[in-house]
Structure formats: C-alpha cells, structure tokens
Design a protein around this ligand. Structure first.
Ligand SMILES: Nc1ncnc2c1ncn2[C@@H]1O[C@H](COP(=O)(O)OP(=O)(O)OP(=O)(O)O)[C@@H](O)[C@H]1O
Length: 225
C-alpha cells in the first residue's frame, strides 16, 4: 500500500484569547490507499475537526497536509474545490439529502450542478450505485419517504458518485438502529474491498469501529492509538 494522505503536527485552535479552544495539538496521521479506518475518541476530542481539515473544508492553524502528493496547505480555494470534487466524498450523520427529490436525483444532483447538465453516463452510474446499495426498488422514491438506513445508503451512493479515492464519514450510523448501521457498514466494506476506496469513519460505537480494519484513537488533540 502507498500513502494516500499524510498530516503532520496539525494544530487547530478555534477563537482567540480567553475563549480560544485548542483542539488539535500536534496530530500526525498517515492513511494508506485502500484502508478502512475508524476514528474514535471522546466527545469534543476533535474528530469532526480532523475530518473537516482532511476534507479540505478548513485549514489547520499550522501543520502539513499532503494528499495524493499534493500540498493541501498552500493550495488556494479554487484548487482545493477542484481537488475535493475529484478525490473526496463525504457522508454525514444527518445525510443532508433533499427530501422532495428522488434517491436518483439526490445522487446525481451534485454532478449535474457542477457540469450544468445530467449526462446519460451520470444517470447510469447513479443507478448502478443505488442498486449496489440495495436500493433498486427505491431509486425513484423521494428521499423523504425512505427509512433512516435507506437515506444513509443514498448518502453513501452520493459520496461515491465521482469515484473518490477517499470517503470521510462523520458518524454515518449515529442515528441508525444496530441492524441498519451494520448494513451500511457492510456496504461500505464491500466498496472498500472491491474498489479500493479508502474510508475514514468517525464513530462512538465500538462495534462499528471493530468492523473496520484499523482503529485510530484521538485524545488530547493527538492520535493516541
Ligand atoms: N467552529 C467552532 N468554533 C469554536 N469551537 C469549535 C468549533 N467547532 C468545534 N469547536 C470545539 O472544538 C472541540 C472539538 O470539536 P469536534 O466537533 O471536532 O469534536 P468531536 O470529537 O467530533 O466531538 P463529537 O464526538 O461530540 O462529535 C469542541 O470543544 C468544540 O466545542
């Protein structure tokens, strides 16, 4: 395996003066291509902060970050947006789906907006992803009518739409029952094995973490295990 990304000595402080919150304090981490890793740590440890930085949505206060050989710290916003669209997918706890749009429309939407049109190839890929997520019979249903687990699987399909090397998931199963959570994890695991997509998944759930091949523990602003 080769390094997909590496961060070194990351510091992140929110605010300043008396209200400053020093969240990351010298965090270093390397992810290899094809890893499936859980991100663990107590509430407030900085898991979401780290995912936001790795997703290039926020810069650290200091430290280095390289992904696919590109320096993410010196890149400007335009370059970061292009990089993110091409290489990184996101799944959040509350999925951020458009409720009145169908599953297919939600998966295809970000691509359609970016390219200004919906190509037949994009439609075919989004259908294929939804089928792989076990949603063949829900493709044309508005997402408002889907269960929590089904919505989360639509969100995973959407994150995979551009064929990203890295998917960052912030408590993707946090609001699901055990069976639905495990189903989402099984499907993520299948994509990881078959496509080599790297997943970094923050969770408070030991069983979810155990279903990942690697567990990364964050505490005191650093990786502790
Ligand atoms: N935008 C912000 N402005 C100020 N403080 C923030 C901001 N975002 C996060 N924090 C603070 O940074 C710390 C780390 O938050 P973060 O959300 O990264 O933790 P977490 O490990 O993901 O927590 P949880 O498991 O509860 O989701 C917390 O103390 C939080 O209050």
């Amino acid at each position: 395996m080769s390094a997909l990304l590496e961060v070194r000595d990351l510091f992140k402080t929110y605010g300043s003066g008396e209200t400053a919150t020093r969240v990351l304090r010298g965090l270093s981490l390397r992810l290899e291509a094809g890893e499936m890793a859980a991100l663990l740590g107590p509430s407030g440890a900085g898991k979401s902060t780290l995912l936001t930085i790795l997703g290039t949505l926020m810069k650290p206060t200091s430290g280095s970050y390289e992904m696919l050989g590109v320096d993410m710290i010196s890149a400007d916003d335009r370059a970061l947006t292009d990089f993110r669209n091409a290489h990184i997918g996101f799944v959040f706890q509350f999925h951020n789906l458009l409720p009145d749009f169908t599953a297919l429309e939600n998966v295809i939407f970000p691509v359609a907006v970016r390219e200004g049109r919906e190509t037949p190839a994009a439609r075919a890929r989004s259908r294929d992803l939804l089928v792989r997520m076990g949603l063949a019979d829900r493709i044309d249903f508005p997402t408002a009518s889907l269960s929590g687990g089904q919505k989360q699987r639509v969100a995973v399909a959407r994150a995979l739409m551009n064929g990203p090397e890295l998917v960052l998931a912030d408590e993707p199963t946090g609001n699901l029952d055990r069976a639905s959570a495990m189903q989402v994890m099984d499907l993520i695991g299948e994509i990881n094995r078959k496509e080599g997509t790297t997943f970094l998944i923050s969770t408070h759930d030991e069983k979810i973490a155990a279903s990942c091949r690697r567990q990364i523990e964050v505490g005191d602003g650093m990786v502790t295990g």
